[in-house]
Structures are given as structure tokens and as C-alpha cells.
Design a protein around this ligand. Structure first.
Ligand SMILES: Nc1ncnc2c1ncn2[C@@H]1O[C@H](COP(=O)(O)OP(=O)(O)O)[C@@H](O)[C@H]1O
Ligand SMILES: [Mg+2]
Length: 383
């Protein structure tokens, strides 16, 4: 029979996918009852009775507890945190977290970032989101570049979003099969946005919190250039997000991109990989010209020890299609730039969980390693 401490230890592997912390640390384990007949009952406290991922918690708890020696049966019950407990939780997490449940059914949040503007973040966000959708992974794109929003144009979506019965804003569906949300939907055409830090923060928070993203395999966030306010906001609000870095091929650009990587590291967001964009150009007679130099993507990926997920060539079609609102990966999926982007999308899929990450990856097993001998071997101990 396990002790309550052993059950608690086992429950540490069950994490809240939004908060990236174990339900034990979050104070969500209300009670553990171990009966003589080997039945263990665990009560988990949720923040809302209709918690959308309740069944994931149920399976996670049942799994880890049933693996303990002497457990014959596991019962999982639920209750709801009191208002006091909820505010304690919120306080422990820091004031700026999203209310729980906002993105509970989004399996992967990926920030597309770079050190500077004009490297193709938005073009790649739109095309990657379309490529993921085309391969059967539900995807969404959120414009976090409030001043230079471009998702409506690049994904061919316009209109005013509606609000549903739960007072959530419905994202718009574009021809690429991607759910889109952008500040552009709420502004007069071509109006300039002149918001400062706090308003920016608020707007981004609303787009994460008050939009009915519902179930998504991937939510791609198109970040503004650089490492400023918005990245900070996102890192605070979305501890589970991962970062995809875009860089151009000249070795000097990699230093700039490195700053975005440093930022991600500082705020504890995981780096997913690097995509090199505007990588070479093929002339009509088949000659390859390295307009922006070469090797920057690989250099950066090596330095950060993450994969180079793709090298996307300079392609006038890629730009034209982005301007026309139908991503190249759909209009001409066989063209070289589209092939590279689709491959990068597959790389992303292979590196990210396809289910809500409710269970923490098991600690690697401690394998006893015999130390290699050092120094000069003594003749006397050789057989
Ligand atoms: N591989 C590419 N080939 C040709 N043009 C590109 C490519 N990637 C991006 N562009 C163009 O470069 C400009 C900047 O790209 P954009 O995606 O807006 O960059 P960012 O979001 O990083 O500022 C756009 O006009 C876009 O169409
Ligand atoms: Mg952009």
C-alpha cells in the first residue's frame, strides 16, 4: 500500500497544461484517501466546475496513481476551489497570468519571433498556419504586431468578429482554414494605432483571454520585431508558449536574432527551432544567388542547440500570394518556397505534443554510469 506521501509524489507528474506546473504545486489536490482494500481516492480541485480539461486530469491522476505498488483501484473526484483559494492561486502565480481556462484547449502556442523587422515573420506565420491546417492540424493565427498587423491581409480575411453567448469574440475563418484574430478587424481601414505599453498589454491579453479559440492544435502568434513589451507580456501570460526564431541568412543577422533568443531564455520560454528566410534566389536560368549571404540560420541553430527547421528561398510568388491573401503553400504547394515551409510545418508537428500535455515527461531514468578510467593504467592490475 502506498503512503499519502508516495501518492503525492506520483501526482507531481500531473501538470496543468496552461500553467506548466504540477497540480500538487498549484494546491489543486484536495484530498487523498487510501483504503485497506487498495483503493485510492483522490479529489482534485478545479478552478471552474466546467473545466474543459477535467477528463485529462482524471486520466492523468488515474494513470500515475495506478502505477504505484499495492494500488488496486483509483477513484478520481472533483470539486471547485473556493473564491479565496482561487485568489491565492492567482496571487501565487503573479497578477499578470491569464485567468485559468482561457487557452485550456489549445495544445500548442508558438510565438514567431525575430530580432528585427522585415525578415518574414508574418509571411511565415501565415504560411505555416495554412500548411498545418492543410495537413489536418487545426490552427489559428493571432496578430500580436499591433502596429504592423498583417494577418488579415496575408490570410485573406476581413470583417467584424461577432461575440458569442458567453461574451467571447469569435475569430474569423479564412480561406486557408485558419482561425484569425487581429487588431485590424477592429480598426478603420489603414488607421494607425498609437497605443503605448499598457494598452498594448491589455489588447494582447484580451486577444488571448476573450477570444473563443476553443480547440486548436496550434495557435501561432505573429510577434512584432525585437524583444520589447509584447514579448514580455506574452511570456508572462503564456508560460507554455514556445518560440520559433526567424532569421535571414547573413551571418550578421544571426547576432540580432540571438537577442530574441536571449529574451526567450530570460523569461523561460522554450525555443523550438530556427527558420532561415530569404535564403538564396534562383534565377530563371537556374543559377543560385546568395543575395543575403549564407549560413546564418545554421549558425544560429547550432549556437542555440535547436534544429534548423527550414531554409525558405526568396520567392516573388511567396510575397505576391501573401499580398493576395492566399498563402503560397495553398496556391502552389509544389513551389520550392512552399515545399520548404511545409517541411518546416512537419518539423514543428514532430517536435510538439499532439495531445494536451497534462503529464509531465518522466524524469530520465538515473542510469548508473561507470566512470571512464583516467590516468595511466598500472601494469599490475591488468589481467
Ligand atoms: N522568402 C521571401 N521571398 C520574397 N519576399 C518575402 C519573403 N519573405 C517575406 N517576404 C516579403 O518581405 C516583406 C517583409 O515580410 P514580413 O513577413 O512582413 O516580415 P516581418 O513580419 O518579419 O516584418 C513582405 O513584403 C513579404 O512579402
Ligand atoms: Mg510582421
Amino acid at each position: 500500500m502506498p503512503t499519502p506521501e508516495q501518492v503525492t509524489e506520483a501526482l507531481r507528474a500531473v501538470i496543468d497544461p496552461e500553467l506548466r506546473r504540477s497540480i500538487v504545486d498549484l494546491g489543486m489536490v484536495r484530498s487523498i484517501d487510501i483504503r485497506d482494500d487498495g483503493k485510492v481516492e483522490v479529489v482534485v480541485s478545479l478552478t471552474t466546475p466546467g473545466c474543459p480539461i477535467r477528463s485529462h486530469f482524471q486520466q492523468g491522476v488515474a494513470r500515475v496513481v495506478s502505477e504505484l505498488d499495492g494500488v488496486a483501484e483509483v477513484g478520481v473526484g472533483f470539486d471547485v476551489l473556493s473564491d479565496d483559494e482561487k485568489s491565492n492561486l492567482q496571487q501565487a502565480l503573479g497578477r499578470d497570468r491569464l485567468p485559468k481556462g482561457a487557452l485550456a484547449k489549445v495544445k500548442n502556442v508558438i510565438c514567431v519571433a525575430s530580432g528585427k523587422g522585415g525578415v518574414g515573420k508574418s509571411t511565415l506565420t501565415a504560411n505555416l498556419a495554412a500548411a498545418l491546417a492543410a495537413e489536418g492540424h487545426s490552427s489559428g493565427a493571432l496578430d500580436c504586431d499591433v502596429y504592423g498587423y498583417s494577418m488579415p491581409r496575408m490570410l485573406g480575411v476581413s470583417g467584424k468578429p461577432e461575440v458569442n453567448g458567453e461574451r467571447k469574440i469569435l475569430p474569423l475563418d479564412g480561406p486557408a482554414g485558419v482561425k484569425v484574430m487581429s487588431i485590424g478587424f477592429f480598426l478603420e481601414p489603414d488607421a494607425a494605432v498609437v497605443w503605448r505599453g499598457p494598452m498594448l498589454h491589455k489588447a494582447i491579453q484580451q486577444f488571448l483571454e476573450d477570444v473563443a479559440w476553443d480547440e486548436l492544435d496550434y495557435l501561432l502568434l505573429d510577434l512584432p520585431p525585437g524583444t520589447g513589451d509584447v514579448s514580455m507580456t506574452l511570456a508572462q501570460l503564456l508560460p507554455q508558449a514556445k518560440v520559433l526564431l526567424v532569421t535571414t541568412p547573413q551571418p550578421a543577422a544571426q547576432k540580432v536574432a540571438r537577442r530574441a533568443a536571449d529574451m526567450a531564455e530570460k523569461v523561460d520560454l522554450e525555443l523550438l527551432g530556427v527558420i532561415e528566410n530569404m535564403s538564396g534566389f534562383q534565377t530563371p536560368d537556374g543559377q543560385r544567388v546568395q543575395i543575403f549571404g549564407e549560413g546564418g540560420g545554421q549558425l544560429l541553430a547550432d549556437e542555440l542547440d535547436v534544429p534548423l527547421l527550414g531554409k525558405v528561398a526568396l520567392s516573388s510568388e511567396l510575397r505576391e500570394q501573401a499580398d493576395a491573401g492566399l498563402p503560397l503553400v495553398l496556391s502552389d504547394p509544389g513551389s520550392p518556397a512552399a515545399v520548404a515551409i511545409r517541411q518546416a510545418a512537419r518539423g514543428i508537428v514532430s517536435m510538439t505534443p499532439q495531445a494536451l500535455p497534462v503529464m509531465q515527461a518522466a524524469e530520465p531514468m538515473a542510469v548508473p554510469v561507470s566512470k571512464p578510467l583516467s590516468g595511466t593504467e598500472l601494469k599490475v592490475i591488468q589481467g
